[in-house]
Write a protein that binds this ligand. Structure first.
Ligand code: NAP
Ligand code: COA
Length: 273
């Protein structure tokens, strides 16, 4: 068995791959020699990431801008990747939006915005990528979140949206498995130096309380998530599909209790409830 994770000659597309965890994933595939394409809304972030991917060792790096809420833009963007790089060996769908807010203080549009980005964005990406996925052999990964299966105060919109993302993973594993396409969700825990982590635990006090809920006693790194995505897309994982894999230092074993209470208390104080 070849145990080296060599992605030379492979085409890897990372949607939402221009910052944080997803950019770490894109850079991981670049370092393994892949042809890597990234997309997100901000063209400056895209351009900066393409340069970083080249520096990291990508055989080819490219990028484009679109909003995952726009199915036409997503379809055009993914078609431009396929035209230049060929069919996709790996697709990572990770674009997401999050802000802490209580349901009682959130407009319908606020809830819908997160569902539109996280859940409908996933639908748009999956549907647009489907014709371009290599058969057999493609590895599709959705970047999910613990909120998909752990309720958390101040996160009702994310809980609902990411639960939907994981059910898409499980269902498409059945529909697409017949064509030799594998699909899995990767669930990052609390990943240091990321926008998501800063939004949910912005203070040292909040970070310390969150740390107390992580049995492995450290925050996750972008490299931890990249490693799981590389593994899932390698021959080592050729019989793994339809799974939701937590990379979270066992955070979920204790639930989101501490983080949930913290967010709920903080948000109720602000709302005067
Ligand atoms: P981040 O740095 O804000 O990354 C989000 C990425 O998605 C960026 O590249 C952003 O680029 C893009 N994006 C956002 N909205 C988009 C839209 N409407 N259309 C297209 N692209 C869009 O956040 P992160 O904290 O690293 O989170 C990355 C993923 O990990 C998310 O799926 C999140 O739910 C998941 N996650 C994070 C944590 C954590 O600890 N951070 C924990 C669990 C799960 P533009 O601004 O250019 O659009
Ligand atoms: N609390 C309550 N409501 C909020 C909010 C908050 N902190 N932030 C935004 N909203 C509401 C807005 O008021 C608006 O509702 P309204 O029309 O009823 O007033 C709705 O959400 C949409 O906000 P808007 O700013 O127009 O959305 P956008 O499409 O420009 O941006 C977000 C999307 C809000 C998710 C933005 O935070 C974003 O782009 N996030 C991407 C990065 C990120 O979240 N990273 C973390 C990891 S997922």
């Amino acid at each position: 068995m070849n145990l080296t994770l060599d992605f030379a000659g492979k085409t890897v597309v990372v949607v939402g791959g221009t910052s944080g965890i997803n950019r770490g994933v894109a850079e991981g595939f670049a370092a393994a020699g892949a042809k890597v394409a990234v997309a997100s809304r901000n063209p400056e972030k895209v351009a900066d990431t393409v340069k970083a991917l080249e520096a990291a060792g990508a055989e080819v790096a490219m990028g484009t801008s679109f909003d995952v809420r726009d199915p036409v833009g997503v379809a055009e963007g993914l078609a431009s990747f396929q035209a230049k790089l060929g069919d996709f060996d790996v697709l990572v769908s990770g674009a997401a939006g999050n802000f802490p807010a209580l349901m009682s203080e959130m407009s319908n549009n606020a809830f819908k915005t997160v569902v539109d980005i996280d859940l409908m964005g996933t639908v748009h990406v999956m549907k647009a990528a489907y014709p371009f996925l290599r058969r057999p052999g493609a590895s599709v990964i959705s970047i999910s979140a613990p909120q998909a299966y752990l309720p958390c105060e101040g996160q009702v919109h994310v809980c609902a949206a990411k639960a939907g993302v994981d059910q898409i993973t499980r269902t498409l594993a059945m529909e697409w498995g017949h064509e030799g396409i594998r699909i899995n969700s990767v669930v990052p825990g609390f990943i240091e130096e990321t926008e998501g982590a800063e939004r949910l635990a912005p203070t040292d006090e909040a970070k310390a309380a969150t740390m107390a809920a992580i049995p492995l006693n450290r925050f996750g790194t972008k490299a931890d998530i990249a490693g799981m995505c590389l593994f899932l897309s390698s021959p080592l994982a050729s019989y793994v599909s339809g799974t939701v894999i937590a990379v979270d230092g066992a955070l979920y074993q204790g639930g989101l209790g501490m983080l949930s209470q913290q967010l709920g208390t903080m948000l109720r104080q602000v709302a005067g409830r």
